[in-house]
Write a protein that binds this ligand. Structure first.
Ligand SMILES: NC(=O)c1ccc[n+]([C@@H]2O[C@H](COP(=O)([O-])OP(=O)(O)OC[C@H]3O[C@@H](n4cnc5c(N)ncnc54)[C@H](O)[C@@H]3O)[C@@H](O)[C@H]2O)c1
Length: 326
């Protein structure tokens, strides 16, 4: 299949591209390289295009004529989105709108969108299934929900098959340390930040030590990036069947606290992770982990990799000297 991957030079996107190539798909990458890196997709020269620029987006779609689009390009920090809601709406919503318009004009048949568990806000009940109320608590979560709805309306009109994947917390790297998350000032994820603390000795800031959890720190669902990439490819291939269209939660269903992650990094690396506790951040839930039963039942996706593989692979990658700051 010809598959256009927006944001394909980013963390999740580069794993999706790698897996698509392993499955012999014809892949093109659209990315403005704002956080992504060309070296993350060494076999492909990305089209360096801002997703907000409708004419440039349309030109890529016209020239490549993809049968499927996997749309990952966007901004992803809830905390930053509270400071810069205009930017988040512009990149995430306007960008998705430009892409959908081009998809419609050129008859793209399948579309997979990177959504987020941020659409649920603070879940009342865990594990969270797809029927849980959506109550985003940041502009970031709002933009993801707006894009999901735009996608559903668009699909009704065009007949395009679609999936919105609500990822929980993505982490980890290739098992051989050959690919992972490039870090820099934009890095917001716990695992690379905690590894950075272990390697640099500069304490990790843990937001909230007084949550009603067993150790007082926030509890999340960490999903290996390779398992996540496999879900995208499985869906793109399976969307032959219209019944696969829909919203899917993607997580492991195995919760872990911030301090558990810290301890596991210490075990794997043999280095202490210095940290200090800071006040909770507005909008950060105490608990969030996924019920991914719908994905298992519908397209037979079950994440294979455990937390220790996430931490081991991430440590290997960040120790390779190729990941940036951490
Ligand atoms: N990493 C996670 O834990 C997580 C969780 C839930 C959802 N997501 C979503 O998954 C997607 C990918 O996340 P990621 O972790 O790989 O982030 P990332 O920052 O590594 O990747 C995003 C990619 O989009 C590109 N991009 C950003 N703005 C762009 C623009 N205006 N035009 C074109 N390209 C642009 C970046 O250069 C980058 O390559 C995002 O949409 C994010 O919201 C990620």
């Amino acid at each position: 299949m010809r598959v256009l991957v927006t944001g394909g030079a980013g963390y999740v996107g580069s794993f999706v591209v790698r897996h698509l190539l392993e499955r012999n798909h014809d892949v093109r990458v659209l990315d403005d390289l704002s956080t992504g890196r060309a070296e993350a997709v060494p076999d492909i020269a990305p089209d360096i295009v801002n997703i907000r620029h409708a004419q440039d987006v349309a030109a890529v779609v016209r020239s490549f004529a993809p049968e499927a689009i996997i749309h990952l390009a966007g901004l992803k920090s809830s905390a930053e989105s509270v400071q810069r809601p205009d930017l988040y709406y512009d990149v995430n919503v306007t960008g998705t709108s430009a892409l959908l318009r081009a998809a419609k004009r050129h008859g793209v048949e399948r579309f997979v969108f990177s959504s987020s568990c941020a659409v649920y806000g603070s879940p009342q009940v865990c594990p969270v299934d797809e029927h849980a109320p959506t109550e985003p608590q940041s502009p970031y979560g709002e933009t993801k929900l707006a894009c999901e709805r735009m996608l559903q309306w668009h699909a009704r009109v065009t007949g395009m098959r679609w999936a919105a994947l609500r990822y929980f917390n993505v982490a980890g790297a290739a098992a051989d340390g050959s690919l992972g998350e490039f870090t820099g000032p934009h890095t917001v994820q716990l695992v690379p930040l905690a590894i950075k603390a272990a390697r640099s000795g500069v304490p990790l800031k843990i937001y909230g030590g007084d949550y009603p959890t067993f150790d007082g720190t926030a509890v999340r669902d960490y999903l290996h990036v390779v398992d996540l990439a496999e879900a995208h490819v499985r869906l793109i291939e399976g969307l032959e069947t219209p019944e696969l269209s829909g919203v899917y939660n993607l997580g492991t269903g195995r919760p872990a606290s911030v301090l558990e992650i810290v301890k596991m990094i210490e075990q794997v690396s043999g280095c202490p992770v210095p940290y200090h506790l800071a006040p909770r951040r507005n909008g950060d839930p105490a608990f969030s982990w996924a019920d991914s039963e719908h994905a298992r039942r519908t397209f037979d996706w079950v994440p294979q990799r455990k937390l220790d593989e996430i931490v081991r692979s991430a440590w290997l990658w960040h120790s390779s000297g190729r990941s940036g700051e951490a």
